[in-house]
Design a binder for this molecule. Structure first.
Ligand code: NAP
Length: 248
């Protein structure tokens, strides 16, 4: 059974990793896909081709998620090209890890802009068309680190904790318009972002994970599919952990 037939989903940062897996999963379930990237032009083209090959409408937009004006432009273009935005996945994000004593103001600002301001930027834009349609699902990618904290990741953790507060507030603000807003908090997922963790041997990390392994992007995409679809019509303001049991 296809769960997103004829829906339009906008996914930020889908040229790689979790965003790409979400775009592919949604397309598999019949959604038309608008997605963004920042620098991975070639990967974006390949994804656009793959999605179109799955029989849905697909288009990649080069758009900096941290830029408010760019978000406004993006939402307008997607509405023009696709006619609606039913689902918005705020996935784009970066990590710049450093112990606080070495963390520069520039690193702090970069992380906040790409991870937290980005969520404000696009949510602010997609709210209006969703309110008009009296329906919508907004899904924000937080992190287990935003729930538990992590040494060396104060900026990243703060940005991801901020997303949780934002998500819960927006759920309360627009629930009456039948728009849902939820967050996903992944643990360690196998993408470029966590590649460096494997350098010192992945096993030492596995000890901290009850399921004993890193997660796969598709496993996060399955949670996103639930939140995007009518299976979660009575779920809003929640944080779903996809972390192999780390948050237990
Ligand atoms: P990734 O493999 O590093 O991919 C990041 C994606 O975001 C890329 O498509 C990148 O585009 C895009 N991006 C980065 N900055 C952007 C910007 N300013 N504007 C537009 N696009 C931008 O990361 P990932 O592991 O898939 O993570 C995806 C999300 O899940 C992030 O929010 C991350 O914090 C969160 N998360 C990941 C993990 C994990 O273990 N991997 C755990 C918890 C949470 P380009 O390719 O063009 O650079």
């Amino acid at each position: 059974m296809k769960l997103l037939e004829n829906k339009v989903a906008l996914v930020t940062g889908a040229s790689r990793g979790i965003g790409e897996a979400i775009a592919l999963k949604f397309a598999e379930h019949g959604a038309n896909i608008a997605f963004t990237y920042l620098s991975s032009e070639e990967k974006a083209k390949i994804l656009e081709g793959k999605l179109s090959g799955m029989g849905v409408k697909a288009k990649g937009y080069k758009s900096d998620a941290g830029d408010f004006k760019a978000a406004e432009l993006l939402a307008n273009e997607v509405i023009k090209d696709f006619g609606a935005i039913d689902i918005c996945v705020n996935n784009a994000g970066i990590s710049k890890d450093n112990l606080l004593l070495r963390l520069t103001p520039e690193q702090w600002d970069d992380v906040m802009q790409a991870n937290l301001k980005s969520v404000y930027n696009l949510t602010r834009q997609v709210m209006r068309p969703m309110m008009k349609a009296r329906a919508g699902s907004i899904i924000n990618l937080s992190s287990i680190v935003g729930v538990k904290g992590n040494s060396g990741q104060s900026a990243y953790a703060a940005s991801k904790a901020g997303i949780i507060g934002f998500t819960k507030s927006i759920a309360q603000e627009i629930g009456s318009r039948n728009i849902r807003c939820n967050a996903i908090a992944p643990g360690f997922i196998e993408t470029d972002m966590t590649h460096y963790l494997k350098d010192g041997g992945a096993e030492k990390w596995f000890e901290k994970i009850p399921l004993g392994r890193f997660g796969k992007p598709e496993e996060v995409a399955n949670a996103a599919l639930f939140l995007a679809s009518d299976l979660s019509l009575y779920v809003t303001g929640q944080v779903i952990s996809v972390c192999g049991g780390m948050n237990t």
